[in-house]
Design a protein around this ligand. Structure first.
Ligand code: NDP
Length: 287
């Protein structure tokens, strides 16, 4: 039976440390602030945003929400981002995805000033990650890396297979694992003979958004399995992209859903807000 990687407990520990850092900042008269922009009415986004605001409250980060109408124009969205860029009381800016189809998300993300890019989605953050410079790492990949570190899972020389190539999960994870000296393969919906790749994985990371897609026949014994997927069933229950009940029998380590990568993503967002605040109040020329 696999060791269950307890993302919930690790995230709690990280938030407790961040709370202490936040208290130290307060003693210097600094209260970090996160601004979150949501466009339109998306029930899943509302849940994610609520969890982010709860985490901010717990740690002592000020939280401000901007709810824009579904018919918001690109210009209005960019105007808001530019105002938040200029606002010295705002340390981090997050644009909650998805946004309505008539808006250009890449252009909106590019408008976020690099020093407030707590999601790590701007081309500057991604470019710096690629060349191995200190930067904001997007929260889900960063959370996964923290789990490896906490459980002493060394990536050096390991075959890491990532399922999914999105800009927010798969692609930054590829770079994070490469930076940890893994040999990385990224698979996607056009990959042929997927099992040929998954069978060779020492570490498998699933981020495709398909409930219980990864079965034990696709994996070798002793594999480390990280399940990023969050799928809500008709009964309201959350499942991952991995068939947990059967895969846990052959894996050496596995993350559950819920209670795995999800809480880590929020903890790393909080980490990035505190990091942004520290940088903005220091003379660091990191950016
Ligand atoms: P996207 O829909 O943006 O990307 C999904 C990726 O999976 C695509 O690259 C797609 O390939 C690939 N894919 C789809 N089907 C298959 C298949 N059968 N075989 C191989 N690859 C496939 O999703 P996200 O990256 O945004 O999210 C992925 C999952 O992770 C979702 O369940 C999401 O809810 C969850 N998530 C969880 C987070 C957390 O905190 N735990 C944070 C962010 C996301 P192609 O590019 O060819 O279309």
């Amino acid at each position: 039976m696999a060791v269950i990687i307890d993302g919930k407990a690790l995230a709690k520990k990280i938030r407790e440390n961040l709370k202490k850092e936040c208290e130290e900042l307060k003693q210097k008269g600094i209260i970090p602030k996160l601004a979150v922009i949501m466009v339109g009415d998306n029930p899943a986004s509302k849940v994610y945003v609520k969890n982010k605001s709860k985490a901010c409250e717990e740690i002592g980060i000020n939280y401000e929400e901007y709810l824009l109408e579904e018919n918001t124009t690109q210009e209005q969205l960019i105007d808001l981002i530019q105002n938040l860029n200029k606002d010295k009381t705002v340390n981090g800016i997050l644009l909650q995805s998805p946004i309505p189809d008539h808006l250009n998300i890449n252009q909106a993300i590019k408008a976020i000033t690099y020093s407030k890019d707590v999601d790590g989605f701007t081309p500057s953050s991604i470019g710096k990650l690629m060349i191995g410079e200190d930067t904001f790492i997007s929260c889900t990949p960063y959370g996964v890396i923290k789990m490896f570190e906490e459980y002493n899972i060394d990536l050096t020389g390991k075959n890491v297979v990532i399922l999914g190539r999105s800009n927010i999960v798969g692609k930054p994870l590829l770079q994070c694992c490469l930076n940890k000296n893994a040999t990385v393969t990224v698979c996607h919906s056009k990959t042929k003979d997927l099992i040929e790749y998954t069978k060779r994985a020492d570490i498998l990371i699933a981020a495709i958004g398909k409930s219980k897609f990864v079965k034990k026949e696709m994996l070798k014994d002793g594999v480390v399995v990280i399940d990023v997927g969050i799928n809500r069933g008709e009964d309201g229950k959350l499942t991952g992209d991995v068939d947990f009940d059967e895969v846990e029998k052959i894996a050496s380590y596995i993350t559950p859903v819920p209670g795995g990568v999800g809480p880590m993503t929020i903890a790393m967002l909080m980490n990035n807000v505190i990091k942004a605040t520290n940088i903005q109040y220091s003379n660091t020329k990191l950016f």
